[in-house]
Design a protein around this ligand. Structure first.
Ligand code: GDP
Ligand code: IMO
Ligand code: MG
Length: 422
């Protein structure tokens, strides 16, 4: 039987999931992505080289035998190709250990144009999407129009492509965005080149893949974060996939009762890239300091990330939804010596206090508790341990790791040190 652990983000993405997966991947036979696509940017370091992964699981640079791009994903062939080629500069066996689901769907160049057109049409109310074609491609999936990986091997693939492209071109007219079509020929040329490349990769159908593997240990790697979930996030300022634990079953054909640990990752503060409510967003002056110290610029788009204090109200909600069994705090080093240090513990809505996340987070005002800053990330630092202990008690889940730098070795292990909730 498979043993499946899940690792996912508890905030608005960019929690450092890639780094943490890279640090623990050696414990697994398989690392698998179950949702999202090239909107994700997961950063790892291999031989001093910074690698940003968009589709590939972050286990690809470890000893993990199988790295799966799951059926729940939407895949941009051009990005996938360039991502593999960049990795091949530092690793020799990338394509031997990579397995793509036949049932994942393809992002077409016109999906990217439609994403741009939709954002443009929304004007001030735009989502601030990564403009990678995510929403239009998931719309085609639920609309039962999508082209899937399996189709690139079938006769009639080019006709399928042309039919769907024609539909997209009509939609672009409706958006009054025909000007965007100028860039299409170049994009299509690269896209078909990338399809040729992808035809040479290994494909799987998950149910039978798992059956053949038998007793494997699997780590399912989330993309985005819980607050960007299509259903439970800050709708409509969310992504178009389900980012929570439940999505692992759907995106990878893994029965729910196979799931054992759920590892929730969050930063010691909060960031958000893109638009939408962000209750604990900091005043500009403090946000700028954190952004510079923490290098808070988007891995996929380079956009400056909005910065805010740690929000335990949303974190509690996220641990509930996901059934989190252990927590990993990242970027604790960024807050070393940082004063004042604030943590939101309750919200005020219409003059009343609540510890619940309400469906309109725009309407809440966070109430903070101050913490003294720490001088080092170590169990001997009382201020640091008080911060960790408070979080554990508040969330009712143990913190097992604290990350204090971008490299996989920069990790404090806490489970053996008895900091588990009182
Ligand atoms: P992901 O999308 O959740 O994988 O996160 P990203 O890779 O988009 O963003 C996290 C950023 O923080 C990357 O630049 C990482 O290299 C970096 N990072 C991860 N963990 C730590 C940490 O503990 N401390 C510091 N200073 N940087 C970290
Ligand atoms: P990782 O996996 C942070 C945000 C976008 C936008 C919203 C919708 O690296 O944590 P989309 O392109 O998905 O339609 O954009 O979601 N977003 C992310 N923010 N990290 C991500 O991924 C994100 N993927 C999407 O900025 O607000
Ligand atoms: Mg990221």
């Amino acid at each position: 039987m498979l043993t499946v652990d899940v690792l996912l983000g508890l905030q608005w993405g960019d929690e450092g999931k890639g780094k943490v997966v890279h640090a623990i991947a050696d414990q697994y036979d398989v690392v698998a992505r179950f949702q999202g696509g090239p909107n994700a940017g997961h950063t790892i370091y291999v031989d001093n080289k910074k690698i940003i992964l968009h589709h590939l699981p972050s286990g690809i640079a470890s000893s993990t035998k199988y790295n799966v791009v799951g059926a729940g994903m939407v895949v941009d062939p051009i990005t996938l190709k360039s991502e593999i080629e960049a990795l091949q500069e530092v690793l020799s066996d990338v394509t031997d250990r990579l397995f793509i689901s036949y049932r994942s769907s393809l992002i077409m160049p016109t999906h990217i144009l439609l994403d741009r057109a939709s954002e443009r049409a929304k004007g001030k109310a735009s989502i601030g999407s990564t403009q990678r074609g995510i929403a239009p491609s998931y719309m085609d999936r639920t609309g039962r129009n999508a082209i899937r990986m399996v189709d690139i091997q079938r006769k009639g693939f080019e006709q399928m492509y042309s039919r769907l492209k024609e539909k997209h071109l009509k939609l672009l007219k409706v958006y009054d965005s025909e000007d965007l079509v100028d860039s299409l020929p170049k994009m299509e040329e690269q896209w078909f080149e990338a399809i040729e490349f992808i035809r040479g990769l290994k494909f799987i159908d998950e149910p039978y893949f798992w059956e053949e593997l038998g007793d494997a240990r699997v780590l399912a790697e989330g993309a985005q974060g819980t607050m960007l979930d299509i259903q439970w996030g800050t709708y409509p300022y969310v992504t178009s996939s389900s980012t929570i634990t439940g999505s692992v079953s759907i995106g990878l054909a893994i029965p729910p009762h196979y799931i054992k640990k759920v590892i929730g990752v969050f930063k010691a503060y909060t960031t958000r890239v893109g638009n939408g409510p962000f209750p604990t967003e900091m005043p500009q002056e403090i946000a700028n300091k954190i952004r510079e110290k923490g290098g808070e610029y988007g891995s996929t788009t380079g956009r400056p990330r909005r910065c805010g204090w740690l929000d335990l109200v949303t974190l509690k909600y996220a641990t509930m939804i996901n059934g989190v069994t252990e927590l990993v705090i990242t970027k604790a080093d960024v807050l070393t010596g940082f004063e004042p240090l604030k943590v939101a513990v309750v919200y005020e809505v219409n003059g009343h206090q609540t510890s619940k996340v309400v469906p309109y987070l725009e309407d809440v005002k966070p109430i903070y508790r101050d913490f003294p800053s720490w001088s080092k990330i170590d169990t001997s630092d009382n201020n640091f341990m008080a911060f960790v202990g408070f979080i554990e008690k508040f969330l009712g889940v143990p913190v097992t790791k604290v990350s204090y730098g971008p490299r996989k070795e920069q990790m404090l292990e806490l489970d053996s040190l008895g900091t588990i909730i009182i």
